[in-house]
Design a protein. Structure first.
Length: 146
């Protein structure tokens, strides 16, 4: 069995590099959101879309895991809160990218965190709560069929 480093994944005895790309265009986000919800937690939902290219220009490179984060103003009023949550989404996802299938994913905030409980956007309690819930979400998504 070949030796596999942390940035590659073992598939059928052959290692393949797993890279994570970020979604950038509106068309990419719309395509993934149309793909359906794979996993949910109290505050987050994960949407997944296969990398099959429809007729025309392909939206995704087929050799990467694609990830986008949606944190609407409706659920996180302050920009500092939205940015902190997005940073947590990308950091936690990068740590478990090898457990995600090669597909496009969007993590969407679907409910707000209580501002009375989490007063500061940069508080350690908020970061820990977001991280714990994201790990739970991504673990559920890894078990879901691709």
């Amino acid at each position: 069995m070949p030796v596999v480093d942390a940035s590659s994944l073992q598939v059928d005895g052959a290692a393949r590099a797993v890279s994570m790309q970020r979604l950038k265009s509106r068309a990419q986000f719309q395509a993934v959101l149309a793909g359906g919800t794979v996993a949910r937690t109290a505050h987050f939902a994960l949407h997944r879309c296969a990398l099959d290219a429809p007729a025309g220009e392909p939206l995704f490179d087929r050799q990467a895991v694609w990830l986008g984060a949606m944190v609407p103003k409706r659920w996180a009023k302050r920009a500092v809160t939205r940015n902190a949550i997005k940073r947590q989404i990308y950091n936690v996802s990068a740590a478990v990218v090898d457990s995600l299938p090669t597909a496009a994913h969007v993590v969407r905030l679907r409910a707000g965190f209580d501002r009375k409980t989490f007063v500061s956007a940069s508080s350690d309690q908020l970061k820990a709560a977001v991280r714990a819930e994201l790990r739970q979400l991504l673990a559920r998504a890894a078990r879901a069929p691709a």
